[in-house]
Design a protein around this ligand. Structure first.
Ligand code: PMP
Length: 425
């Protein structure tokens, strides 16, 4: 282990993050389980990329079968990408019926920003101040956290609005958020940059997945449209049925975006991503820019992605996410009744967590406590993490085949760990 850490430092350079004070050396995965090099088993309550389970046999077989036959790029005719895009777009509402396939979510968001520019002739983008949309030069400008210390790297044409926070900010219908978006749009217009698009994750997952009633995003979407801009939904995390009630989280929000970006779970770990948009936007983009992605949409990626869609449907994983999200909320609420340190419990299907506070009245974040809890859980064989502006909210986002027996193990262990962890040191 020490040897691997030293080699990483030497070969990959400094500041390459690992999870946990004692990093885990994982060597094998299956379903919702992971094993380390010492043969210890962990329940994976964190990873959303192995969406249909680690090393899912259907996905592995689809990748192997296609890799044995052919893998090339999209400048030759191939049925795989067409069959996939047909099946993918069938999960969307009209008029979202065309797609571009990429390898990463960052690339998909990057294209979306260029589409917004091509449609509006303007460049200004509005995003939240606690989001993450990826790592290309363009897209990294959207995330304040990408250059936290030095402050450079933030493009002058981005405006950041206060991220929603259902626990600390009163905004039951989304009007306060919409008003902030309006202000940012006016600022962009006044500066001469002009407003091109609002980009948000419909569940605000990186921001801490606030509790919101269905349709909460509509006022902000209306504001963006009235100003002549596009609505881009970044569903890199929230998509593919994770929210349980719908296949796409924007559907839960009651909006039809102009562009929907996706990635992470799309190929269950195989690097597949992309975006879906309307025909007129696609036409404008294709005639405004030359775009080719060597690996995007290759036959092996499409086979992996198709197997993921089939698996979600065959195993009814959307219904499972809905059921498990509700059960998780109940179990976390039981813990909140027992431990004052839990200030708030939130869930959106197969994403759930609890926000830790030192005092329920002042809501002072218990960030250090959250850190100690996730490290203690790791030593008890449960993989999870924390997120949010104050890094005090448990982030629990397991693979979709997560079942009741797994939830029991997670919650019983969390209960035991909380019982033995002092809130203040
Ligand atoms: N959008 C969101 C909401 C994300 O969470 C991420 C990755 N964490 C990305 C985009 C970037 O995706 P990728 O790492 O595949 O480029």
């Amino acid at each position: 282990m020490t040897d691997l850490i030293a080699r990483r430092r030497q070969l990959l350079g400094p500041n390459v993050s690992t999870f946990y004070k004692d990093p885990v050396h994982i060597v094998k995965g299956e379903g919702v389980w992971l094993w380390d090099a010492g043969g210890n088993r962990y329940l994976d309550c964190y990873n959303n990329v192995p969406h249909v389970g680690h090393c899912n046999p259907r996905v592995v077989e689809a990748i192997c079968a296609q890799a044995r036959e052919l893998n090339t790029h999209t400048r030759y005719l191939h049925q795989g990408i067409l069959d996939y895009v047909e099946r993918l777009t069938a999960t969307f509402d009209e008029p979202l019926n065309t797609a571009i396939m990429t390898c990463t979510g960052s690339e998909a968001n990057d294209i979306a920003l260029r589409m917004a520019e091509a449609m509006t002739g303007k460049r200004g983008i509005v995003a939240t101040d606690a989001t993450y949309h990826g790592n290309t030069t363009l897209v990294s400008h959207l995330s304040k956290s990408n250059a936290p210390e030095v402050g450079y790297g933030l493009g002058g044409y981005m405006r950041h609005v206060e991220a929603p926070d259902s626990y600390r900010i009163e905004d039951p219908d989304g009007h306060r958020f919409a008003a902030k978006v309006q202000e940012a749009i006016e600022d962009l217009e006044a500066s001469g940059i002009g407003f091109a698009a609002l980009i948000v994750c419909p569940l605000f997952l990186n921001e801490g997945f606030p509790s919101q009633k269905d349709g909460w995003l509509q006022p902000a979407a209306d504001v963006a449209r009235r100003a002549g801009g596009l609505l881009i939904c970044d569903e890199v995390q929230s998509g593919f049925a994770r929210c349980g009630s719908h296949f796409w989280a924007h559907q839960k929000q009651g909006v039809v975006p102009d562009i929907v970006c996706m990635g992470k779970p799309m190929g269950n770990g195989h690097p597949v991503a992309g975006l879906v948009t309307k025909a007129d936007i696609m036409e404008r983009f294709r005639s405004s820019f030359r775009y080719f992605n060597t690996f995007g949409g290759n036959p092996v990626s499409c086979a992996a992605a198709m197997a993921v869609l089939e698996e979600i449907e065959d195993k009814d994983l959307q219904a499972n996410a809905l059921k498990m999200g509700r059960l998780a909320h109940e179990r976390l609420s039981d813990l909140a009744a027992k431990y004052d340190v839990i200030g708030d419990v939130r869930q959106s299907g197969m994403v759930f967590g609890a926000e830790y506070v030192l005092d329920r009245d002042t809501k002072e974040p218990a960030s250090d406590y959250a850190d100690r809890i996730i490290n203690a859980m790791r030593h008890r064989g449960i993989i999870l993490s924390k997120l949010g502006r104050h890094k005090n909210t448990l982030k629990i986002r397991p693979p979709m085949p997560f079942g009741e027996e797994h939830l029991d193990l997670l919650m019983d262990t969390l209960d035991a760990v909380m019982a033995e962890t002092p809130v203040r040191l």
